[in-house]
Every structure is written in C-alpha cells, then in structure tokens.
Design a protein around this ligand. Sequence first.
Ligand SMILES: [Zn+2]
Length: 350
Amino acid sequence: MADNQLNQIPHRRYNILTGEWVLVSPHRTKRPWQGKQEKLPTLDKPSYDKECYLCPGNVRAGGKTNPNYEDVFSFANDFSALLPDTSMEVYNEGLLLGKSEAGICKVVCFSPDHSLTLPQMEVSEIEKVVLLWQKEYLELGSMNNINHVQIFENKGAIMGCSNPHPHGQIWAQSSIPQEVEKKTIHQKEYWEKNQSSLLGDYLKQELELDERIVAENDYFVALVPYWAVWPYEMMIVPRGHYQDIEQIDEKEKKSFAEMIKIVTTKYDNLFETSFPYSSGIHQRPTDGEEHAEWHFHMSFYPPLLRSATVKKFMVGYEMFANPQRDITAEQAAQTLAQLPIEHYAKMDSH
Ligand SMILES: [Zn+2]
C-alpha cells in the first residue's frame, strides 16, 4: 500500500530508534474542542529580575552568589536529583530490585539577559551555548562513574519550567537511561547488519522524499520524524555520522546553532507565542565503548496542539496503550516549513 493511501485511514507508525509505535488518526482533526485552554505566556520580561536565582550577581536559594557572567554560565544544581558521592548499593529481595545511582545535575544559563529565549538570541550567542554543551559533555563524560550525559531544556511553565530565565540542564549519571538504551539497541542492530548509520540512512530517505523536511543548512537538517508523537515534534540531525556533539568542528557548530535558532523561531511563529517544549540531545553514552552505531540528534517535544492555549494531553489510551496523534507528521512538517525564519516579535516592530 502506498503511503498516501495509508494517510487516509487510522494507522500505526514504527519508531526505528526506540522500537515503539504511535497510532495516527488523520480523520480526527476536525473534532470540536471544548477542553482545557492554557494561559498565554508573555514575551515582555525584564532583562534583569532581582528575584531570579539565575540572573548574574543574584544569590541563589542555596546561598551561593552567581558571578556577573557575560555569556553562558553553568553550575551544579543546588537541589540536585543526583549526587556525585553516592555509594554503590544494591537491594535485591525476592522480586524487589533497587540500585543506588550516582550523578551530577547542572544548570546551564544560556544568556545573562533574563528576557531572552533561544529564538531571540543571536546565532553567535547560541554557538556559545553549544560550546558549553560540548565542554560539559566532555568533562562530565570523562568522569569515572559517569556513563551517560543528558543535555536538555524545559521551556515554558506548561513544561514544568519554574524559571523563565533562558537555561537548560544537564544530568550526568552512572547508568544509561532507558530512552538512550532503547536507541542504542536499535542503532547497534542496524549498524552490525548494514555497517551503516540507521539515522544517516533514514535522513537520506527523508531528503529524497522531501515530505517531512522543515529546514536544511550546510551540515544539519530539521524534520518532523515519520513516527512523531507530539503534534509539532521536530528533530535536528547532522548530515555527517557523528556519535556526539564533541566531534563537530567550528563550521558545523555554527551550522548547528543556526538550525537551533531556525527551529525555535518557527515554533514561536507557529502560534505567535513563546512556544513551550522539552528539547534534548541524544548521543553516545560515555561508558568507554566506541558506540560507532550512534548518530547524535536533538529532539524537540512541544505540547501545543492547535493554538497557543490548547495543549495535547498524554492520557488514557496513551498512558495505557501507546501514543496517538491526529494531525499527521506530513501536515505538521508542511505547516512548519512554510513559517518564516524571522521571529514574529521582530517583524511586528518593523
Ligand atoms: Zn534571570
């Protein structure tokens, strides 16, 4: 059956990276909505907030004072979910199994300017964020008991982000988390069978089809993955087969920063709001293995569905069976591809 025929009827799509399925119901997009409306986030924030624990020079809740940093700044979270000096303990009684977990949680401030978000920053400023991610990945990943480094950002109150200051987090830990483990297994299986990158070959197919591509530049491509779960989910994939962000050079770093700006600007432009999302970089574990199978990528999982105030809920069927979506990945990609790459707030002021 051809893909366009499948698109008229309820169907399931396979995620080649995780081995999971998503149910797609293209006929359901016209159903009336009487559900929850979220509050609109506002773009007018001050450049400095004396109450913000991330602004330069301010005292954090833990009692430490932030330096007067001028671009990016990272520090160990004062209320970390993981602690570095956790001893190795195992509890195994009958069918109960528990293991202690050592790790480090860091906060990464993207800018000293409290009012900004990634799409409002200059490419050169985002490059500094990428540089810090590289440095942290290398430093944390080379520690003895750290086998995985997760870089991520929660943007917007709707995503549980408690502070609007532009920042992300890094959780580095001794175990390899399950999302990464799933992706390792599937990439490795493909690599051993084909001696080729699973995501690299997938990217080639997507570029040929050109149905889900949102933006391209010299070294990176942004697309809505075929198996996308979130309505406007996107993925930034490097054209080259790199296992981690540490391997990209100056030109590629600039290209990556540029693509992050394009993706996040398109998001803001979609509903003319500061678009909430969780984004994260998946790359090879730092467990000392080569992991030639790994192809690093950055994913964006945004909750908004049909306007700035209506969000997708992962409930019911999604909790008990598997994720489900109404608009197809192709429709989402088309909408996103057509959006301008200049930020709407800038265009308004012209
Ligand atoms: Zn701040």
